[in-house]
Design a protein around this ligand. Structure first.
Ligand code: FE
Length: 266
């Protein structure tokens, strides 16, 4: 038996809806997939949703006397707990920046507040969108066993997703530690409400993992590399002119995620 099994003690927050429970007195099993015929409890009823007066069908021990036999949903529960803790630290960090440094900066959008949206585990690392009154970024945090404290602020890294490759910039904050951020919007003037920003953030998370976007990003990369060759072939004086469209082309991949979304929401 693991520590987890003994630690239920009637605390519904510690077991998932899929948890299979066992009476610690007579070993009778409650499986949510089966329910409990003797008390007219339908199949699909989680242990935590049993009637308050439910007791062991065999020995009448109260529900609190049941232990976790196995919990197929515990990984998801653990993951949710990690995501909650890590995004809370992220939000705390940027809320502090907001109050300490940004509140009186003219470009900020005061209808917005710091919020973490759509965070999920991606290859063991929390990934989601951070909304603030002055930016919206795609943010990747380090995995639980990873140490990103050595990340150099400002260093760039290309990270691949199903929809393409995106440029992230390294940074660190007190509670968050090292993190990687890909800029989506800055400033945030075009958003009229927090809800509108949240909708766009959710859409970004969908677009990021949508392989259908990949053709467009590849095309953008192709155009860029062609232009780079062109630029390399030209004289130094002409090169200066050519870097202008180069810079304009740079955010194209990012636009795949956000194109039209903010405008559409308006
Ligand atoms: Fe029992």
């Amino acid at each position: 038996m693991s520590g987890f099994e003994g630690s239920y003690m009637g605390n519904a927050g510690k077991i998932s809806p899929k948890a299979i429970m066992e009476c610690k007195i007579c070993w009778t099993v409650y499986d949510p997939a089966i329910g409990d015929d003797t008390r007219s409890v339908l199949p699909g009823t989680p242990f935590t949703q049993l009637p308050d007066d439910w007791s062991c069908p065999n020995c009448d021990a109260p529900a609190e006397q049941f232990l976790v036999q196995s919990d197929p949903g515990s990984d998801a529960l653990l993951e949710a707990a990690i995501l909650n803790r890590r995004t809370a630290a992220l939000v705390t960090d940027f809320t502090e920046v907001w109050h300490a440094k940004m509140r009186d900066v003219p470009i900020v959008n005061k209808v917005l507040h710091v919020q973490a949206v759509g965070f999920r585990m991606h290859e063991g690392r929390p990934l989601g969108v951070l909304i603030s009154p002055w930016f919206m970024n795609l943010v990747m945090l380090h995995g639980e066993e990873e140490d990103w404290s050595g990340l150099q602020a400002g260093e760039k890294e290309n990270i691949a997703f199903p929809s393409g490759v995106y440029e992230f910039i390294h940074n660190t904050r007190e509670q968050t530690g090292g993190y990687k951020a890909c800029s989506l919007f800055s400033p945030m003037g075009e958003f009229k409400t927090q809800a509108q920003a949240v909708d766009v953030a959710k859409a970004v998370m969908v677009a990021l993992f949508d392989e259908e976007n990949v053709a467009e990003t590849d095309r953008a990369a192709e155009i860029r590399s062609m232009r780079e060759e062109e630029v390399a072939a030209k004289a130094a004086a002409e090169l200066e002119e050519e870097t202008v469209p180069e810079l304009v082309a740079a955010p194209t991949r990012r636009q795949v995620l956000t194109a039209g979304l903010a405008a559409e929401a308006e």
